[in-house]
Design a protein around this ligand. Structure first.
Ligand SMILES: Cc1cc2nc3c(=O)[nH]c(=O)nc-3n(C[C@H](O)[C@H](O)[C@H](O)COP(=O)(O)OP(=O)(O)OC[C@H]3O[C@@H](n4cnc5c(N)ncnc54)[C@H](O)[C@@H]3O)c2cc1C
Length: 337
């Protein structure tokens, strides 16, 4: 089933809640609906796949068609003694799948509780939190290729997952619409409590059951991050910058407490963008309708009534201050349209 909307406000379709509009939105239910949408002469020329809008900043009217999956079914397509393989449609909320898995005693996604967004977006940036990533459980991604209007699928290896990255952010960016994802979840306990205060929070609740881990993750996240339903935001606005090993070492000498993380490439190190912004004294900084969140400097917020340009003006100011103080360029992780 397809539903169309014209000249539609985007306020409720993006977690920043910026006041922009789209020329045209098409919601589709099943993967086959895309044959109908793209298989005719009037098929959308300029389009963009929209999930829950939790990682998108609209800075102007979207003059084209936003294509939004709304199919939400979860099916078990394979099962053995150790695991189940789930086929989940792209329009389901990620956290609804996590809740379903926990209720059914299935392990693998509990650390990813409460990440906002849809199943269809989860492979795009390989969502991750608390030492787990979507790639740990994704076996296959099914999508519609708008170049030749065919349905295709990629195995885990073919998706080329990396830290907040995949083929869908690179070679296939703007060319495909993910229609469903297949997840392999385990039946036996696999607690992964090595990250931050997760172990202590889980123990406080009586030990490492699926329910306790989910509860602990939700509670930690709620205490650290603003809820977009109450305060518009898109989670981490900036990427953590990757710098040469020598530069990271020079900075470590100057700033003793600066967090530095290893990367897969031993010659490169990852710095914490939030720490850099905080050191510029910007935590809690406010400019009109927008600001840097008071507890988490990586998060830009809309206090109400902001448009996308105001958020970008603040983002540019934050980038300039970090560049001025540290000589390091940080850039948005959020998709700016
Ligand atoms: C409060 C908050 C906390 C967050 N915490 C985390 C976190 O802990 N870890 C983390 O990794 N992320 C986090 N994020 C970012 C966000 O949750 C993820 O990026 C999520 O995957 C976005 O899902 P979405 O459905 O809203 O995607 P959208 O924002 O709608 O889209 C994001 C990108 O994916 C593409 N896309 C969406 N759906 C499809 C599809 N079906 N086919 C092809 N492309 C598609 C879009 O075109 C766009 O490029 C957070 C965001 C917020 C607001």
């Amino acid at each position: 089933m397809i539903k169309e909307f014209f000249n539609h406000p985007l306020r409720e379709l993006n977690s920043f809640h910026v006041e922009e509009q789209a020329d045209h939105i098409i919601e589709f239910d099943s993967a086959e609906d895309l044959d109908q949408i793209f298989g005719k002469e009037s098929s959308p020329k300029k389009w963009y796949a929209l999930g829950g809008g939790n990682n998108i900043l609209f800075t102007r009217r979207f003059e084209g068609t936003l294509i939004k999956p709304i199919g939400k079914t979860i099916r078990i397509i394979e099962e053995d003694e150790e695991s189940v393989l789930l086929h989940v449609e792209a329009g389901l909320e990620w956290d609804d799948m996590v809740e379903w898995a926990v209720e059914h005693g299935l392990w693998g996604v509990e650390n990813l509780s409460l990440i906002p967004g849809t199943i269809g977006a989860s492979p795009v940036q390989n969502i991750g939190a608390y030492g787990a990533e979507a790639k740990d459980v994704i076996e296959r991604v099914n999508f519609f290729d708008t170049q030749d209007c065919t349905h295709k699928s990629l195995s885990h290896e073919e998706c080329r997952f990396a830290y907040r990255d995949s083929i869908f952010k690179r070679e296939l960016k703007g060319l495909c619409i993910i229609t469903s994802v297949e997840f392999r979840l385990k039946k036996t306990p696999q607690p992964n409590l090595g990250y931050g205060d997760l172990k202590a929070e889980t123990e406080k609740r009586g030990g490492a059951t699926l329910g306790n881990i989910r509860d602990a993750v939700c509670s930690i996240r709620r205490s650290k991050l603003p809820d977009p339903a109450e305060l518009g935001n898109a989670g981490s606005f900036f990427k953590n910058p990757i710098v040469e090993h020598e530069l990271a070492e020079q900075m470590r000498l100057k700033y003793e407490n600066m967090p530095i993380y290893p990367t897969a490439d031993t010659q490169k190190k990852k710095l914490a963008a939030g720490w850099l912004i905080d050191q510029c004294g910007l935590k809690g900084y406010r400019q009109g309708h927008v600001g840097v969140h008071e507890r988490q400097a990586l998060v830009l917020v809309n206090y109400g009534g902001a448009n996308g340009d105001e958020v970008m003006t603040l983002a540019h100011e934050v980038c300039s201050k970090v560049a001025e103080k540290f000589g390091i360029d940080i850039e948005p992780e959020v998709n700016v349209l």
